[in-house]
Write a protein that binds this ligand. Structure first.
Ligand code: MGD
Ligand code: MGD
Ligand code: SF4
Ligand code: MO
Length: 767
């Protein structure tokens, strides 16, 4: 069987006029400042711009809606505590452009779908609730109450609550997320998939099993006293730009930085802090001390090679390399771990990793003498079949070195969305613990569903197989963010109703169930005025700090509701008198929601008081103090298989990454400045030798094919770009190639789609 996406599912295949330059050597600096200013000025007037930008990431101000990197405790620049991509994120949300009913009356769903994601996103904020009736070609306005009742009616008519799916993206505040999961569980299902299922789920599983908590253990301050920072499978220059400030400070304090990545990512090589005059005018800081250009999915063999060489050193000079006391008192499984290392052949490990032994020895020399190591990682490790194994192999290194549970050392999975970690803490999870459900039941007087719900991949499969489900999304862009776009589109089209709570228009509004509703919500930067006065919300950053965020801008329309108000309205319409929650009251004063959270979730004692501290407060974290009591008192060494990465003749591996000009499926612009690729997203980055073998030249047009379990998938028309990447490894941009990621190609244990390793063949198109 062969699948080609239909016209509505993907951004159009036309090219936009590519130009190429050499990849940049230095990240940030003045070009970043210019780019930030241009994006903001394109979207709003100077007054509005000044108002929001001075509040961004200030204590008590607006939390950046970009990534989840924490704010420094001590020094925050008054001029602006944000990065280029934070500015773009805010510009995208705080824009004064808006979509009135006339826009939807003029443009049919089909016409909108023929436009690119970039064009669609740039139209502005959705200004009122809209509905697409069965068989209709255009969205029309609908009143809020009618929308709630329409959705409630469909939900209550389903044969079982498990026929509804409630997705969450990671921008939703703690308050909205808590209310949302409470509503969903009172309605009767644990079908609460979230973007985490596609993101750091592998980290959560790997860390829970080995160190007893699914979150990272380090704080920002740990960076400043570390001796080594590993940055693995992560591109902070683009996706967590202020992390470069932390790396720079670590570096200045003497830490060595080792980068493990198939691409030489610009920000990691050299960085100019735009806030430092000396940096901007001068050379900037060289960040990476050692760059290991790993093969795609070569991380397990690489870590094993490093560990094996460290073990050899330890054997020849006992207790000079490994932390024997820590291993004996705090861990288990060391013997099996060592037996496995002993059984491996070093040359085979090096070969599988793609890295020469001399370079691996350099890493080993740095690590051998260090006692305080921080390991940072992101999607380059998590989105693989062996994503959990990748991370557990990194944990093995930290455990062997005693580098967890002490200052300057530990785990640092760098989160994506600004509150993705908080959403999980609030109970957005398809696999809730019994203790959590017990607490909900006793506080809110209802019987919670106990069987586990569906995650992202299983939701898609269920909606594909079962006609007539209801799909509800709290933010995000489910169609474009998930794997196997055509298959997911079929799944959504099978639904009786699809509902999206959104700020901006995206493709998930255009590929719909029999009926579709868009509920427009306030964003982070908007003033949230409720009956009891102006509200603030709270979020948890990547390092477990909970703090407040207060919107400052006048909303672009009077028809927007806050996310808590939307949940409350829907819950009231759907649940009628079930349970003891006064839905309207809680949405009028978020202090009440925070009291509900405090009563249910450990670590939120005196929530309302502590969240008003401008610094916020820190959630408990056992691993941070080497307390592994949640898994029986000992951290676990693991033995992880080496993945089988064999390719057939003519096959390549493909990974999917973000450009410097996007936030996930939101396309800010068409440039990938650091990689030197301008005005084009439909590109495939290839090794030059591979290009020669395939008789391909720069700019040639190719179709990309995947074949998995007998199904062929095609992503048509990409331009070939020669790039510094190892042979047989290729790189494309997310989401254009999601159509190639098979729905049933997922990570063991975490069920995360394998977006960082897809087997493809490349066919030249004669134009
Ligand atoms: N500006 C901006 N900021 C963002 C986002 C955004 O889209 N734009 N997205 C947010 C979200 S939700 C997330 S999850 C994060 C994502 O942050 P990242 O994980 O940094 O994002 P990706 O672009 O997916 O990049 C993954 C990196 O892994 C590398 N890589 C690919 N395959 C492998 C492999 O097999 N092994 C190793 N070692 N490395 C590999 C790639 O070369 C790339 O450098 O960023 C967040 N922040
Ligand atoms: N191939 C491939 N696929 C991937 C990835 C990859 O690396 N490669 N990465 C995966 C990862 S890490 C993630 S996190 C997912 C992302 O998946 P999602 O979180 O589903 O996608 P986003 O593009 O972040 O969602 C953008 C939309 O969210 C809405 N939005 C923005 N702000 C708000 C808000 O404040 N409130 C509400 N209600 N809506 C808002 C807007 O309408 C916008 O269009 O994608 C995954 N998919
Ligand atoms: S690093 Fe992330 S949170 Fe900080 S300003 Fe940049 S995008 Fe926003
Ligand atoms: Mo993510």
């Amino acid at each position: 069987m062969s699948k080609k996406p239909s016209d509505t599912e993907l951004t159009p295949e036309s090219f936009t006029g590519m130009t190429l330059t050499k990849p940049k050597h230095t990240a940030a600096g003045l070009p970043a400042v210019f780019s930030a200013v241009r994006h903001i000025m394109d979207e709003m007037d100077p007054l509005r711009a000044t108002k929001v930008m001075f509040e961004l990431n200030q204590m008590g101000g607006v939390d950046c809606p970009g990534c989840a990197w924490p704010d420094p405790k001590d020094h925050r620049s008054k001029l602006g505590e944000y990065c280029e991509n934070g500015a773009k994120a805010i510009a995208e949300e705080a824009t004064t452009k808006k979509l009135e009913p006339e826009f939807f009356a003029k443009n049919s769903v089909e016409e909108l779908a023929a436009q690119s994601d970039f064009w669609i996103g740039k139209r502005g904020r959705i200004a009122q609730p809209m509905i697409l009736d069965e068989g209709a070609t255009h969205y029309r306005p609908i009143h809020w109450q009618d929308a709630f009742e329409t959705i409630a009616k469909e939900l209550n008519a389903l044969p079982s609550p498990d026929h509804a799916v409630f997705y969450t993206s990671g921008r939703t505040s703690n308050e909205a997320a808590f209310l949302y999961q409470l509503f969903v569980r009172m309605y009767g299902t644990n079908n609460l998939p979230d973007c985490s299922n596609m993101c750091h789920e592998s980290s959560g599983v790997a860390l829970s099993e080995t160190v007893g908590i699914g979150k990272g253990s380090v704080t920002l301050e740990d960076f400043y006293e570390s001796e080594v920072v590993l940055v693995i499978g992560q591109n902070p220059g683009t996706n967590h730009p202020r992390m470069l400030n932390a790396l720079k400070r670590a570096n200045k304090n003497g830490a060595k930085i080792i980068t493990i990545n198939p691409l030489p990512e610009t920000g990691l090589i050299r960085f100019k802090d735009p806030q430092s005059v000396g940096d901007v005018l001068g050379e900037g800081t060289a960040l990476t001390d050692l760059f290991l250009q790993v093969r795609l999915n070569g991380d397990v063999p690489l870590m094993k090679a490093i560990l094996k060489l460290l073990w050899d050193k330890e054997k020849s000079e006992p207790q000079s390399v490994f932390d024997k006391d820590f291993i004996e008192s705090k861990t288990e499984g060391f013997t099996a771990f060592i037996d496995d290392l002993e059984s491996k052949d070093l040359n085979e490990l090096c070969e599988a990793s793609g890295i020469a032994i001399l370079q691996i020895e350099e890493a080993v020399n740095i690590l051998a003498s260090s006692k305080k190591i921080i390991a940072c990682w992101a999607m380059g490790l998590t989105q693989h079949k062996n994503g959990v194994g990748n991370i557990q192999e990194v944990v093995n290194l930290l455990l062997a070195k005693g580098s967890i549970g002490k200052p300057g050392a530990g785990t640092c999975p760098v989160r994506g969305h600004s509150n993705v970690q908080g959403d999980r803490t609030m109970g957005i999870w398809e696999k809730p613990k019994d203790s959590f459900l017990d607490a909900l039941e006793s506080s809110f007087n209802f019987k919670a569903p106990r069987h586990h719900g569906l995650d992202v991949v299983d939701s898609i499969k269920k909606m594909h197989e079962q006609q007539g489900m209801v799909f509800f999304a709290m933010g995000g862009n489910f169609l474009s963010a998930t794997p196997d776009t055509s298959y997911t589109a079929e799944a959504l089209r099978n639904c009786i109703l699809t509902v999206q709570v959104s700020t901006k228009l995206n493709r998930s509004h255009l590929v719909t169930g029999r009926r579709a509703i868009i509920l427009p919500s306030l964003g982070r930067s908007d003033v949230d005025m409720q009956a009891s006065g102006k509200q603030f919300v709270s979020v948890e950053n990547s390092m477990g700090v909970v703090h407040s965020s207060q919107g400052r801008l006048k909303p672009i329309s009077t028809h927007l509701l806050s996310e808590p108000a939307i949940v409350a309205g829907l819950a009231k319409a759907t649940l009628k008198d079930k349970g003891n929650v006064e839905w309207h009251q809680v949405a009028e004063n978020y202090d009440i929601i925070r009291n509900m959270i405090q009563a249910t979730i450990p670590g939120f004692e005196n929530y309302n008081e502590r969240v008003r501290d401008p610094q916020g407060f820190v959630l408990p974290n056992g691993a941070r103090n080497a307390d592994f009591s949640s898994i029986g008192g000992k951290a676990k060494f693991t033995v992880n298989e080496i993945p089988d990465n064999k390719l057939k003749q003519g096959e390549f591996h493909m990974t999917t990454v973000r450009t410097h000009d996007q936030f996930n499926t939101t396309i800010y612009g068409l440039n990938d400045r650091y990689r030197g690729i301008f005005n084009e997203r439909r590109v495939i980055l290839m090794n030059e030798e591979d290009m020669k073998d395939q008789t391909l030249e720069k700019g040639d047009v190719v179709d990309l094919w995947n074949e998995h379990n007998g199904i062929k998938r095609c992503a048509p028309r990409f331009l070939v770009v020669p790039y510094s990447v190892l042979q047989k490894c290729t790189v494309t941009y997310f989401p254009e190639t999601n159509v190639l990621v098979p729905i049933d190609s997922v990570a063991d244990k975490s069920n995360t789609p394998t977006s960082k390793l897809v087997k493809i063949t490349i066919k030249k198109v004669i134009v």
